[in-house]
Design a protein around this ligand. Structure first.
Ligand code: DON
Length: 316
């Protein structure tokens, strides 16, 4: 058993540890609007399955969700089309390449390696765009994060659309291989808009809690996502969520996590908690540098590694 004050003390330590490495990273600049972020921001929020909330730092600051939206898009696609159909279009193997690589897709495979890299997520977006409007996607994100304020950040959206030649190249390559059959421009626009939704660390923690609770919303008892989908999505987060840093991150923290170049991290600790982190200073692989560092510490301090058998419960 662990007291609430002890958890808060661990979070304060975590922020200190994270701040210690912020200077070794930098904010994303390939999307010009993201370069305006303050690299010193850092916040963490935990929502636990027994109804507690712990947070410290910049947990109310809004930032664009970016690649973390790939997790929501995958959930919606699996629920809508079923796993068999979705995984005919996109694989489930870690790629060992950067998130925006198209090398392997072109040379080695007729399917994107997994739904967490851009080629895979653009493929998932091309499935969704046939059935859903971006407003539907926005509503889905609002529901799973329990935040009606989630909306497209127009400045970031426009900024990425003006500089997304590589994603368009990926999408046209996918089209040439007949992996996507919808309009390329529509698919890239849908993908870029879902990446441009603005969230905060609390939203990510709430979505993490939903996954940690097997897809059942804690506040209402309502099932929003099926058990099978939750299980598949977490497996893919663990093996592919941090791109070519996924193996090392899994070893260090053992927490299924997805990063976004806006600085967000979404983490899920089964039957324990959802964790949301915001810190726009990124490491070379595009993952929040402070968040990765502090999650290693938190995982050990709170026994969150997926293969850790020690008990964890907060005492009021
Ligand atoms: O497509 C892109 O490049 C961005 N919209 C998202 C990339 C991203 O978040 C990679 N994550 N760490």
């Amino acid at each position: 058993m662990m007291k609430s004050e002890e958890v808060m003390r661990i979070l304060e330590n975590a922020i200190r540890i994270g701040k210690g490495v912020i200077r070794y990273g930098s904010v994303a600049s390939y999307i010009p609007e993201l370069a305006k972020a303050d690299k010193n921001k850092l916040g963490i929020c935990l929502y636990t399955i027994d109804g507690n909330q712990f947070e410290t730092g910049n947990t109310e600051d809004r930032f664009t969700i970016q690649s973390i939206s790939k997790v929501m898009a995958l959930c919606l696609a699996l629920e809508t089309f079923g796993a068999e159909f979705v995984f005919e279009h996109v694989g489930v193997e870690p790629s060992g390449e950067a998130f925006n690589s198209l090398v392997e897709l072109d040379n080695r495979s007729n399917r994107p390696f997994n739904p967490m890299i851009n080629s895979g997520a653009i493929t998932v977006a091309s499935l969704l765009v046939n059935h859903y409007s971006i407003e539907d996607m926005q509503k889905y994100m609002q529901d799973v994060c329990e935040d009606p304020e989630i909306a497209v950040d127009e400045a970031v959206f426009q900024s990425e659309m003006a500089t997304c030649a590589r994603n368009k190249a990926i999408a046209y390559l996918l089209k040439s291989k007949e992996i996507i059959d919808t309009d390329v421009e529509d698919s890239v626009t849908f993908y870029t808009k879902m990446c441009s939704m603005s969230v905060n660390a609390r939203d990510l923690a709430m979505f993490g809690l939903l996954l940690a609770n097997d897809g059942v919303q804690l506040s209402t008892g309502k099932r929003l996502i099926s058990s099978q989908t939750v299980r598949m999505v977490q497996t893919i987060m663990l093996t592919c969520g941090m791109y070519d840093g996924s193996g090392e991150f899994a070893l260090r923290t053992g927490i299924p996590t997805k990063s976004g170049v806006g600085g967000g991290l979404l983490s899920v600790s089964k039957k324990k908690m959802g964790i949301g982190i915001y810190g726009p200073s990124l490491d070379k692989k595009g993952n929040c540098i402070a968040g990765c560092e502090l999650l290693g510490y938190i995982s050990e301090a709170l026994h969150l590694h997926i293969f850790d058998t020690r008990e964890w419960k907060v005492e009021e």
